[in-house]
Design a protein around this ligand. Structure first.
Ligand code: GLN
Length: 453
């Protein structure tokens, strides 16, 4: 197929089906067809790479030049980005065709896609259920075959959790592996962009284009380029897998536990050995994350002041009124909750009790992982404690929503890479297996995931 035919086919599916899933915020049909034509010409001229002509869609917090980049917030509903995020320009340079921008939780805050200003995205497996979040639109669009691949971002699980809930593959790289330049910031010490697609092989090909040092991101890791597809078929004999006992507690859904244990047994058949390990501070990761992430968010979101860009209230009487009403009207409930929690935790008198304490816990969590990963090659467990839940089920109870992140957000606190791979179903809904590796072990994670698929 030509890229033009492929692009037309996906655009047609989006037009026909996305009213059911609400996975796109913006469809960039005209640009997509122009990019597809250019890709076809490049291919005809013989100068094309592996991704040339491949349709893709971006989570709506990656700046895309000339296109609305909303972060699913009323605050940025009118924001047309003047530049491309590094990952967007890298993928464009690799010849990909951008179908559009994907739904998400507002400013990536959430686990269900219900905090989007544009309404929730829905899970293609059961549209009464959430697709997960915050990259819910990315996961739903890939699962519904509205795009072959998508980008996502992961601050506490936002690539892996929706990938698990929608039955696709999603990789959160090591912190620093992929540039954050042009990605609208949520919590800068935790945010990381990554690929979401049907398979680990596809994720590896997309990561090849996304990853690499970027002088525009001060936390970007200066490392040699790697081919993330080179080791996909390396035999797994002798692989040492650790199963953290804390991940298989009574709180874990029985159907999820069964599928994950079956998956681990498959790896044993491929020659891996399995042992129980312990990550004793797992429970503390939720309170630590929900101090650190809001603290950083309260600072990052101070730039939305109604002056420079984004939403501005009508008829402000003075500057104070302009700030207050622009922010009061422009941000949704969950975002306001995070700003208030974060500003409180950082304020004089509370800083030591909350923020400093959370940073100490963060270090302990990281040390737990490093110790275990000195002993085993990878850690495996469920990506989420439950399969997809119903829309509205947790939206009035933020703490129960936050609990869904128990297995994912500790990796962000430690900066480690993790992949979620589909591993069966329970009650007709997909289950995700999470594989966690040492720093910069993306190739290994993709290799292990690939042999299971
Ligand atoms: N669910 C988590 C939160 O709401 C993680 C979100 C994310 O990774 N962006 O903060």
């Amino acid at each position: 197929y030509s890229s033009t035919e492929l692009t037309q086919a996906y655009l047609q599916r989006i037009n026909m089906l996305d009213s059911q899933y609400n996975s796109f915020i913006t469809v960039t049909e005209e640009q997509a067809l122009a990019q597809a034509k250019a890709a076809d010409e490049a291919r005809a001229a013989g100068n094309s790479g592996a991704l040339c002509g491949l349709p893709i869609a971006h989570k709506d917090l990656f700046c895309t030049q000339g296109v609305r980049t909303s972060s699913a917030s009323k605050m940025l509903d009118n924001f047309i980005s003047p530049y491309d995020a590094t990952i967007v320009s890298r993928l464009k340079n690799a010849g990909t065709v951008t179908l559009g921008k994907l739904n998400m939780d507002e400013f990536a805050m959430g686990s269900s896609n219900e905090s989007s200003f544009y309404g929730p995205a829905r899970n293609p497996w059961n549209t009464d259920c959430v697709p997960g979040g915050s990259s819910g639109g990315s996961a739903a669009a890939v699962a519904a075959r509205l795009t072959p691949a998508a980008t996502g971002s992961d601050t506490g699980g936002s690539i892996r959790q929706p990938a698990a809930l929608c039955g696709i593959t999603g990789l959160k790289p090591t912190y620093g592996r992929v540039s954050r330049y042009g990605m609208i910031a949520f919590a800068s010490s935790l945010d990381q962009a990554g690929p979401m697609a049907q398979t680990a092989e596809d994720c590896g090909m997309i990561l090849n284009a996304m990853a690499g040092f970027d002088p525009m991101d001060s936390t970007s890791a200066e490392r040699d380029m790697e081919d993330y597809t080179a080791e996909l078929n390396k035999p797994l004999a002798g692989l040492k897998i650790g199963l953290p006992k804390e991940y298989f507690s009574a709180a874990l859904d029985a159907g999820v536990a069964e599928q994950v244990r079956n998956a681990v047994a498959e790896f044993e058949k491929l020659g891996a050995t399995v042992k129980e390990v312990s990550l004793p501070n797992t429970e503390l990761s939720i309170p630590a994350y929900y101090i650190i992430a809001p603290a950083e968010a309260s600072s990052n979101l101070s730039r939305f002041d109604g002056v420079r860009y984004g939403y501005r209230c009508d008829n402000p009487v003075d500057l104070e009124d302009l700030y207050k009403r622009s922010r009061g009207e422009g941000f949704g409930t969950e975002v306001k909750r995070r700003i208030m929690v974060g500003a409180y935790a950082l304020s004089a008198g509370y800083y030591d009790a909350y923020y400093n304490k959370a940073q100490q816990i963060r270090r302990m969590i990281q040390q737990d992982f490093v110790a275990v990963l000195n002993d085993v090659d990878v850690i495996m467990g469920p990506t989420t404690p439950h399969p997809a839940f119903k829309l509205g089920e947790k939206s009035s109870d933020p703490v129960s929503m936050y609990m869904e992140d128990i297995f994912t957000l500790s990796l962000n606190l430690a900066g480690l890479p993790g992949i979620s791979v589909p591993c069966g179903q329970t009650n007709g809904l997909p289950v995700g297996l999470q594989i966690i590796g040492s720093y910069f072990a993306e190739s290994k994670l993709l290799n292990i995931a690939h042999q299971f698929q």
